[in-house]
Design a protein around this ligand. Structure first.
Ligand code: SF4
Length: 170
């Protein structure tokens, strides 16, 4: 949701999917890539959205479905399903981040906001075995220091060009 752009559609969207089994999740508007003209004032914090939704349909907090789940889950108290909030801007969760992304040309990125990745393609074309690939990924993971969302206030705009979302598939 973006403030003043589409945040007036929140309740309509939920109304469409309540009771259908489809879980709607709202991701706070983020400065992914270099092209979306992100501004912090356009972010609608999850807490604000949850309050708005809860005043129409009371919500009950749910436990995470698994460790590292990025969405905070709530059930509609009337049993009509569930809604989730991913609060990457207002409540960053880098400490629990367990995801890497692989581009279609074989580059591994350890953060959605990374400026550089590591080529697995070169290792593969060089004849690396599965064990060697595993070792490359393990080393990469153990050495990573990514926590862009926690440092957004300092890094946004001052950062090198970030990988584009379309390049790493979201
Ligand atoms: S900013 Fe990077 S390290 Fe933090 S949660 Fe997002 S992908 Fe993970």
């Amino acid at each position: 949701m973006q403030r003043g752009i589409n945040d007036h559609t929140v309740l309509d969207l939920l109304e469409r999917f309540r009771g259908t089994g489809v879980i709607v999740r709202f991701i706070e508007y983020m400065d992914v890539g270099n092209r979306n003209h992100w501004r912090s004032e356009l972010v609608v914090p999850s807490q604000e959205l949850a309050a708005q939704i809860g005043s129409r349909w009371p919500l009950v907090g749910l436990d995470p479905g698994y460790r590292g789940e990025v969405a905070k889950r709530y059930a509609f108290a009337d049993g009509q399903g569930e809604v989730g909030f991913i609060s990457s801007v207002s409540q960053p969760f880098c400490g629990d981040c367990s995801r890497v992304r692989l581009s279609s040309d074989g580059v591994v990125y350890t953060c959605l906001f990374a400026t550089r990745g590591t080529s697995l393609r070169d290792a593969l074309r060089g004849g690396a075995s599965d064990d060697q690939l595993l070792e490359i990924i393990r080393n990469l993971w153990l050495k990573r220091t990514d926590r862009y969302s926690e440092q957004r206030a300092q890094l946004h705009g001052a950062h090198e060009r970030k990988v584009e979302m379309f390049y790493i598939g979201g």
